[in-house]
Design a protein around this ligand. Structure first.
Ligand code: ZN
Length: 363
């Protein structure tokens, strides 16, 4: 497989999560490449988001049913990106000075290339285990339709490798915070700001009190953060606002922290008489802690890396990925096996060309 040509094809086929037809085009390209490498492809169809691509590769001795009891290694990739159609014209695929640029190249079209290259290489050498590859369509929008597939495929696997980008220095992502959100609605009472100010109950004023209280639930010592990231309320300046709403991003690492926050949020009390508060929210991705199992899994990876002349370190991030869904199952999981990069989330973002080969060797 020509890694760069395949990568160019994937990058030049834009695939924002919300555009099913676009993501399906990438799915068709991935499926075709996987079939060429000898995989059995199954398309998992979805109504609103793109289809997931599930590929099973037998081990070298597995053709005659020998893979019974020989648990597979699961490779996890996603095909959707955060970039809307047309971004490619501003961030085209190009290579210069050992760097490769292009919309979506980092997160994570390069990961798909690295995963398939690793499989191709392993098959040429003789694979001792079967490999399952799942390329999903909705990771950037919460993995709603892929989560049950990820969880059930992980449970039947010996190890899960997630091809998300590495840390900028090449470290693996060995811990990730859990990610959740709360929506808070405040109801007041509308009144004319000139004629009946005293009759109104200002929902924005009430919400201001709540915003301060919620921000204070942040506890850096416990690695817990809350961010009131969106606020809405009111209609026009001469009416006392009847409603206000906020959306709060929550990150947790320690056991019990989400439950503590749920309790605190449920107990929020209005400060202004005549207003009311309603809270809803959920933990979308559970935390992936650096526990004993992660430590043991990472040490094995580090030893393998040393054998191929690579110095591998353990890093982590407050951002979530599909690895978070695997962590609670107790199945060994490693994340951040994808490309090495810099200047993420800008139009200068790039991956180091050499990392395509290096990371596929590592996988
Ligand atoms: Zn990603």
């Amino acid at each position: 497989m020509d890694q760069k040509f395949f990568l160019k094809t994937l990058v030049e086929t834009e695939s924002p999560s919300q555009d099913k037809a676009a993501v399906d085009r990438v799915g068709a390209i991935v499926a075709e490449q996987a079939r060429k490498l000898g995989g059995q492809v199954e398309l998992i169809s979805n109504q609103e988001t793109g289809n997931h691509v599930l590929v099973r590769f037998a081990s070298s001795k597995g053709m005659g049913g020998m893979d019974k009891g020989n648990k597979p290694i699961l490779l996890l990739c996603h095909m959707d990106t955060v970039f809307p159609l047309g971004t490619l014209s501003k961030m085209p695929f190009r290579e210069a000075g050992g760097k490769i640029f292009g919309a979506g190249i980092l997160d994570m079209k390069s990961g798909i290339v690295i995963g398939l290259s690793a499989i191709e290489d392993a098959r040429q050498r003789g694979m001792t285990r079967p490999v399952t590859l799942l390329c999903t369509s909705d990771e950037e929008i919460g993995s709603e339709t892929s989560r049950t597939w990820i969880e059930s495929l992980a449970r039947e696997s010996a190890l899960v490798l997630v091809l998300e980008p590495a840390m900028p220095d090449g470290s693996l992502k060995t811990w990730r915070k859990g990610v959740g959100d709360f929506t808070v609605n405040v109801k007041g009472r509308a009144a004319h700001a000139g004629g009946a100010h005293e009759m109104g109950r200002n929902a924005i004023e009430e919400m201001a009190h709540q915003v301060i209280a919620i921000q204070k639930l942040t506890d850096y010592g416990r690695q817990t953060t809350l961010n009131v990231g969106v606020i809405r309320g009111g209609t026009v300046s001469n009416v006392v606002p009847e409603e206000s709403e906020i959306v709060v991003d929550v990150r947790v690492m320690q056991p019990g922290e989400w439950e503590r926050l749920e309790e605190e949020m449920k107990n929020l009390k209005p400060v202004l008489e005549g207003t009311s508060i309603e809270v809803s929210g959920s933990l979308n991705r559970p935390p992936m802690p650096f526990n004993d199992l992660m430590n043991a899994t990472f040490e094995k990876a580090k030893a393998i890396a040393t054998r191929i002349g690579m110095d591998l370190n353990a890093g982590g991030t407050g951002g979530g990925s599909d690895a978070n869904f695997v962590a609670p199952s107790g199945i060994p999981v490693l994340d951040g096996l994808g490309a090495v990069w810099d200047e993420a989330h800008s139009d200068r973002e790039f991956i180091y060309a050499d990392s395509l080969f290096e990371r596929s060797q590592l996988v």
